[in-house]
Design a protein around this ligand. Structure first.
Ligand code: C5P
Length: 397
């Protein structure tokens, strides 16, 4: 980040204030920021606050002759190491997708030969509208990278995807694009989410895993530069950007996807894989037969993906398993590490009283050859970052 220059295009939206925080983060990390404020953006944050925080002139209008004399708009679009659009409104994304150039921001985006990162922010219906989704698909094909949007309550009172990513997340995406991290050149496999084991074509057996911890780990490894293959069951949280996503439903599909993704330098198996599948699953929807007799499900054991990878021929140098326990967490997890043959086990207590399963926080114990280490309760994102750093250290030693 040190010595890099970011051209930051601030579009018009309630979330524009977050771009001020982003400027502070970038400058604190040693980057220079050239701010460009769209006319709509200037309705939400003032040119004065933007330029004061950036410590530089803010560019606002295409036809400012003084600006053109000092630095033409073509040149302005080329001096940066990265162009960041935050917030990227539906209108700005539409202009970018169509290649329109009717103001300074859109002209710069059309004239540039620099990588572009966009952080969308808009009302949830505008985000899910077919036109916006078409524009996004086009922009991805054009090589534009995205961070967010987040899901949650919006300023307009509605709920869903469309919130601008937090400044820290945009900052992390920027540093990922600019910096080579300690895991650059490494391939890491991450499994996440629950599995669904069919009973019949419409019913299945599942578990309460949201996929939040596995998703955070994939994102943290990506942020350190790793090429991540993310094999996920049907999770509640969306898969991270910037990783290769392989979607599966059953444990057997997950095993096949994991084997296909090898070789890898490390594997982090955070998925909550069903131990059993229904052996007598029906090919057609099961019906009540009027006798009051309930059908009997028979089970057979699923393959243990972690054990099979740990003991396989193409074993990654570092294999990390998870252990979700409700009692004697450490003892059960330590036994599991030996039984499954993995290097580390990340153990956590998923008793309902902890609120960990499906929640935003986690309290884990990392168990390795060296013994066990209890980490304080922290956000799943923080657990993920700490684990990613440990993995980077282990792979480089
Ligand atoms: O035995 P248990 O399910 O508690 O072990 C948890 C660990 O084993 C997790 O890392 C999980 O991803 C993995 N696992 C697996 N295949 C299974 C069951 C669990 O890979 N069939």
């Amino acid at each position: 980040m040190q010595g890099k220059r970011i051209l930051l295009v601030i579009g018009g939206g309630i979330a524009a204030y977050k771009s001020l925080l982003l400027i502070r983060l970038l400058r604190a990390a040693g980057a220079a920021v050239t701010p460009v404020l769209t006319r709509a953006g200037a309705e939400f944050v003032t040119p004065l606050s933007v330029s004061a925080l950036a410590g530089e002139k803010v560019y606002t209008d295409l036809f400012d002759l003084t600006d053109e004399a000092e630095m033409g708009h073509i040149q302005l679009s080329r001096v940066a190491d990265l162009i960041v659009v935050a917030p990227a409104t539906a209108d700005l994304l539409a202009k970018m997708a169509q290649g329109r150039a009717d103001d300074l921001a859109s002209t710069l985006l059309l004239a540039t030969d620099t990588a572009v990162l966009a952080a969308p922010a808009m009302n949830v219906r505008m985000w899910s509208h077919a036109a916006t989704q078409r524009n996004l698909a086009q922009l991805r094909l054009d090589g534009v990278q995205f961070v967010g949007p987040d899901e949650g309550e919006m300023a307009c009172g509605e709920f869903g995807p469309g919130r601008l990513a937090e400044p820290e997340a945009i900052f992390a995406a920027i540093s990922r694009l600019l910096d080579a991290g300690p895991l650059t050149g490494r391939h890491i496999l991450v499994t996440s989410g629950p599995t669904h084991e069919p009973i019949d074509p419409v019913r299945y057996i599942a578990n309460r895993s949201s996929g939040a911890q596995g998703t955070a780990i994939a994102a943290a490894l990506r942020d350190l530069g790793a090429a991540v293959t993310f094999v996920t069951g049907p999770a509640l949280v969306p898969a991270p950007e910037g990783v290769r996503v392989v979607r599966v439903e059953t444990a057997r599909e997950m095993l096949a996807a994991v084997e296909a993704a090898l070789p890898a330098d490390a594997a982090v198996m955070a998925a909550a894989v069903a131990d059993w599948r229904v052996a007598n699953a029906s090919g057609s929807k099961m019906k009540k037969d009027g006798t009051g007799k309930a059908p009997a499900l028979e089970f057979s054991e699923n393959p243990d993906i972690l054990a099979s990878i740990s003991k396989g021929d193409t074993r990654p140098a570092l294999v990390v398993g998870f252990a979700a326990e409700t009692d004697q967490v450490e003892a059960h997890a330590a036994a599991k590490r030996l039984r499954k043959g993995c290097d580390w086990i990340v153990a956590n207590d998923v008793s309902p009283s902890t609120g960990i399963m499906g929640g935003a926080e986690n309290a884990v114990v990392l168990i390795s050859d060296a013994g066990s280490e209890a980490w304080p309760r922290m956000s799943k994102d923080a657990v993920a970052r700490r684990l990613a750093e440990r993995i980077a250290a282990a792979l480089s030693s």
